[in-house]
Design a binder for this molecule. Structure first.
Ligand code: OGA
Ligand code: NI
Length: 357
């Protein structure tokens, strides 16, 4: 009878579908909403006696250090990378300028479901019951179409900075790829996709992701960006001056990756893990938030040309080392990841049952 007499209470509202697409207007939110409260506490790094390698690219031993870092951590920081401090400052400033716009304006350029570019929540949001304390903006090449809507009278400052930043990151990512391949014992020329590239197919692709983690009223119960691995070959991340990135180190738990003046974080992605036939680790990482400072990070995801299949490199395969994964294009991999998230790598294992084979 209770339900008829009116004391029946439905389950707490499931999240509105729109909440999964449009970030919260963080301005003036002084209490963590239920929708953003994670039940698993956002614990501090469990270990402080380990630290992620910081590698000077001009160090004669850098190759060996990179090899060790890729095998043990899947993540490291680099200095002397030749990207200018002024460009890093510029992209940081332009990111802050974008996220400081009123929510109403940012929502003019919301990323469409299934689309790649524009403003929105973290792409992995739909795999988690709670929402993350962050917002993002994605660009591939010039973001002119979106920038015109954000700043009708001054969109070139933003476009120039983001395009220049992508060009610089592409150069550094190419160089890091070359170094990683050398660590595995072969060169870029051994990759078939470099050959197709020269014969005129599209160059390697990159995607720029600006991340904003607003000041949070209750950081221990919030999550900036939930644990994940990147789907790229490698990712270059700039975090200007506020800590928040953490990386998983086996059974030791989470290890903080503090900003190191002028350094860039290099992250081994799932495709590099596949290419190395499992030798390089794709790092599981996450971002936590804080009470005092608005944190900005800028990620550049670097991947192969669209038509190239990435599989374990032939040079790493012999009778004792059979290929662990089947070859996939970046797009195919992103589709598997979009459907199965952290099970994606298992699903493309050579010994996994698959109707596609
Ligand atoms: C990402 C990411 C970490 C950060 O954008 O994929 O992991 O510190 N970002 O913002
Ligand atoms: Ni990431």
């Amino acid at each position: 009878m209770d339900s008829i007499s009116g004391s029946f209470k439905p389950d707490p509202d499931p999240l509105d579908e729109l909440d999964r697409i449009i970030p919260l207007d963080f301005n003036g939110v002084h209490e963590l909403p239920e929708s953003h409260t994670w039940t698993q506490p956002n614990d501090q790094p469990t270990t402080t006696n380990l630290s992620v390698p910081v590698i000077d690219l001009q160090d004669p031993d850098s190759k060996e250090l990179i090899r060790q870092a890729c095998e043990k951590w899947g993540l490291f920081q680099v200095t002397n990378h030749s990207v200018s401090a002024s460009l890093l400052n510029r992209i940081d400033r332009q990111s802050r300028r974008l996220f400081a716009l009123p929510a109403k304006r940012k929502r003019l350029v919301i990323r469409s479901p299934g689309g790649f570019t524009g403003y929105g929540v973290a792409r992995i949001a739909r795999f988690f019951p709670k929402l993350m304390w962050s917002e993002g903006f994605t660009a591939v090449g010039s973001p002119e179409v979106h920038a015109c809507q954000l700043w009708p009278h001054d969109y070139t400052t933003f476009c120039d900075a983001t395009v220049e930043y992508q060009n610089e990151m592409k150069g550094l990512a190419d160089r890091m790829l070359g170094l990683m391949l050398k660590c595995l014992g072969f060169t870029r020329e051994d990759l078939n996709w470099e050959k197709t590239n020269r014969s005129g197919s599209k160059p390697a692709q990159g995607l720029l992701q600006l991340n904003s983690y607003p000041v949070c009223p209750d950081p221990t119960r919030a999550m900036g960006l939930a644990p994940h691995t990147d789907s790229s070959l490698l990712t270059l991340l700039y975090q200007s001056n506020t800590a928040g990135l953490q990386v998983r180190h086996g059974d030791d738990g989470w290890v903080a990756v503090p900003p190191h003046a002028g350094a860039l974080v290099v992250n081994v992605g799932d495709l590099m893990h596949i290419l190395s036939n499992g030798r390089f680790k794709s790092a599981q990482h996450r971002a936590v938030v804080n009470k005092a400072r608005h944190r900005i990070s800028v990620a550049y995801f670097y991947g192969p040309p669209a038509d190239v299949k990435i599989g374990p490199a032939i040079r790493l395969i012999d009778v004792d080392h059979p290929p662990i994964y089947r070859p996939v294009t970046w797009k195919e991999y992103l589709d598997v990841k979009a459907a199965y998230f952290n099970k994606a790598l298992d699903l493309i294992r050579s010994d996994a049952f698959s109707t596609e084979r």
